[in-house]
Design a protein around this ligand. Structure first.
Ligand code: PMM
Length: 292
């Protein structure tokens, strides 16, 4: 029997009174959407401040791309990319999460002021991660990703072994990740779950998970949705000749997902374009509460 989060949200989690918006800054050379744009720390810091000024609740800083086929960066390189950016942003009062699968990088980031650890491996990539989180008492986003801890992207093949029932299997595997975290001493109220859209999942898998968002939200933990500019939106919006919609032209679709994520009970969304998602969430919030 899996643990559930308590009724009381963790004090380290933002609670803006609407769906949380996490703005993405990838300090990488090869991320699929913003790769290369923010490798320069000054530009990454400026982007983080811009996202905060637009109204995002958290700025998510990553130093390692997880796109299909990406090569892993050296941990020292990853830390060198993210730590100065995290220090500068937290000194400026920006709430920051660190997008890393490595315990050493997470620990350094927390020391530099990161308030949340966003781990796309859900604790599977680094056996030391749970202890770092338990000791620091910070919130931990556990994303679902079937992999052996190294990069195993088989987006087109439907995961390592494929899925018979994607919603059931992802739910069960997320709860297994929760159990492991709690066994390692992590406070269940510090956990946020993420179905890991696009991580070794087909477009159909992603849509099935989004359709089942109320079920995922019913597992007893806040749920984060990361759909921003992902390939399944590019293929949904393919032109008549079958050409996928360009990556930078997927923000309207992303904002539509953000609005529907509110209706589906998401705790938060992780996006590149803050303005369109904040607008969509304002509309969804007014719609669902009956108050503007
Ligand atoms: N997707 C990416 C990176 N980090 N973190 C979470 N929690 N959820 C996601 O879906 C997710 C993530 C890949 O996208 P990017 O290259 O645009 O950052």
């Amino acid at each position: 029997m899996a643990e559930t989060a308590s009724q009381h949200p963790h004090p380290g989690l933002p609670a803006p009174g609407r769906c949380v918006v996490m703005g993405i800054v990838n300090v990488t050379g090869d991320s699929f959407s913003d790769g290369g744009q923010f490798l320069d720390p000054e530009r990454a810091i400026a982007r983080g401040l811009e996202l905060r000024n637009l109204g995002v609740d958290v700025v998510d800083i990553g130093g390692e791309s997880t796109r299909p086929g990406a090569v892993r960066v050296d941990p020292a390189v990853e830390a060198r990319r993210v730590i100065p950016v995290i220090s500068a942003l937290t000194s400026a009062g920006v709430a920051v999460s660190v997008d890393t699968m490595r315990a050493t990088v997470a620990a350094e980031a927390i020391t530099a002021g990161a308030a949340i650890v966003n781990d796309v491996s859900g604790g599977q990539a680094d056996p030391d991660m749970a202890k770092v989180i338990a000791d620091a008492g910070v919130p931990w986003i556990l994303m679902h990703w079937r992999s052996n801890g190294e990069y195993v992207h088989r987006a087109d093949a439907g995961g390592r072994d494929g899925y018979r029932d994607i919603v059931k299997e992802v739910s069960a595997e997320l709860l297994t990740q929760v159990d492991a975290a709690v066994r390692a001493g992590v406070d269940p109220s510090a956990l946020v779950l993420d179905p890991g859209l696009g991580f070794a999942k087909t477009a159909e898998d992603n849509w099935a998970l989004l359709q089942a968002l109320p079920h995922l939200a019913g597992l007893g933990f806040p749920v984060l949705i990361g759909a921003s500019r992902k390939r399944f939106l590019g293929s949904l919006l393919s032109g008549p000749d079958g050409t996928e919609r360009a990556v930078l032209e997927r923000d309207t679709a992303t904002a539509a997902i953000s609005a529907l994520a509110v209706a589906g009970g998401a705790w938060g969304v992780r996006v590149h374009d803050a303005r369109s998602t904040l607008d969509a969430i304002a509309v969804a919030h007014a719609w669902t509460t009956g108050r503007g």
